[in-house]
Design a protein around this ligand. Structure first.
Ligand SMILES: [Ca+2]
Length: 340
């Protein structure tokens, strides 16, 4: 039950800025990039050499990596920054994705139940993550991971350090998993497999959930299910607790109270003292963040609770977490309707 406010009543807040077309950045095209010769590659080569890697092999891989202009374009305009909630929701809450979620759940019902029992993370959240990330494995990305991480590590200064760190993790990953460095595919940001793990997440959270000795999140949905559940467990998912609640605004609210960070910063009792409460039956010591999202010219309000915050640890976006949650509910409802 959400409170709706018309767009015109709120437009003065300046929050409604969507659909702004970004001009395509003019990147130089170079076919002859040799990342092994890049000034910032030397540190990586040295570090990996010091940590026991063969420097000639590291250089061979970097020299084989290709700069991809489309990666630089894609990362500069992520959907989370271009779309409002209504537009974003429309991508992920279509009946096709909901129905495919029911099928995925039914196909892996035993494994999802085992993941729920092992990690305390509900099946529908695992299903929804894999559904939002890759449409249940149908779209896991077609870039070579080594190209994505090298392009962003060496030619995207804004986040180059982060992606060079992921590239380093990738060298460990392919060594540990005994895979050919050029063989793995992923998203433009180097996210891999059913759940789109970046290399550091793979190394920290991927599990061999079917016991065949391999952590295969690329081809094995059972390993992906266990890995997503383990990620959520490690990031503090609290079994049986709610994700969000409705909001009742009884006093004039200050603009800066809305969408003020992802981490719940006040308890429901403290929000109540500000005149913001909920109709849900929740203890006052639940921590909450106050959210306002635009859809079809209306604003929608929710409290994001602890488990909402945990979903944002997978992708630091409230739109993302909201889409995952709503897809999880839609799949539950469709599945029980079909069973009934
Ligand atoms: Ca396995």
């Amino acid at each position: 039950m959400m409170i709706k406010q018309t767009l015109t009543q709120w437009i003065t807040t300046g929050i409604v800025v969507s659909g702004l077309a970004l001009a395509a950045p003019a990147f130089a095209t170079t076919d002859s990039t040799n990342y092994a010769e890049h000034p910032q590659a030397q540190q990586l080569i040295t570090e990996l050499g010091d940590e026991g890697f063969d420097s000639a092999e590291v250089k061979r891989v970097l020299a084989g990596a290709k700069r991809q202009e489309s990666i630089l374009k894609a990362i500069s305009r992520p959907a989370e920054k271009r779309l409002n909630w209504g537009e974003y929701r429309n991508i992920f809450l279509k009946s096709k994705r909901i129905n495919q979620g029911v099928s995925f759940w039914n196909q892996y019902a035993d494994e999802l139940q085992r993941a729920e029992q092992t990690y305390g993370v509900p099946a529908e959240i695992i299903v929804a993550i894999i559904g939002v990330e890759t449409r249940y494995g149908r779209n896991m990305g077609s870039y070579r991971v080594v190209d994505a991480l090298s392009t962003l590590g060496f030619d995207y200064p804004k986040r180059g350090k982060f992606f060079r760190g992921q590239l380093k993790q990738y060298f460990y990953l392919v060594r540990d998993e005994k895979v050919e460095p050029f063989s793995l595919k992923g998203s433009y940001a180097g996210a891999m497999g059913y759940g789109q793990f970046i290399p550091s997440s793979f190394r920290s959270f991927a599990v061999d959930f079917d016991g065949d000795g391999k952590k295969d999140i690329w081809n094995n949905p059972v390993d992906a299910i266990g890995s997503v559940a383990n990620y959520f467990s490690a990031h503090g998912w609290k079994s049986g607790e709610p994700v969000r609640s409705n909001v009742v605004i009884t006093k004039a609210a200050q603009d800066e109270w809305f969408n003020n960070g992802l981490k719940p910063e006040l308890s429901l009792t403290e929000w109540g003292e500000r005149g913001i409460s909920t109709r849900n039956d929740l203890a006052g010591d639940n921590m909450a963040t106050l959210m306002r999202m635009e859809s079809n010219g209306e604003f929608h309000y929710w409290f994001g609770l602890h488990n909402f915050y945990v979903i944002t640890r997978y992708n630091h976006s409230r739109l993302y977490a909201m889409a995952v949650y709503e897809l999880s509910r839609a799949v539950v409802e469709k599945r029980s309707a079909k069973a009934g």
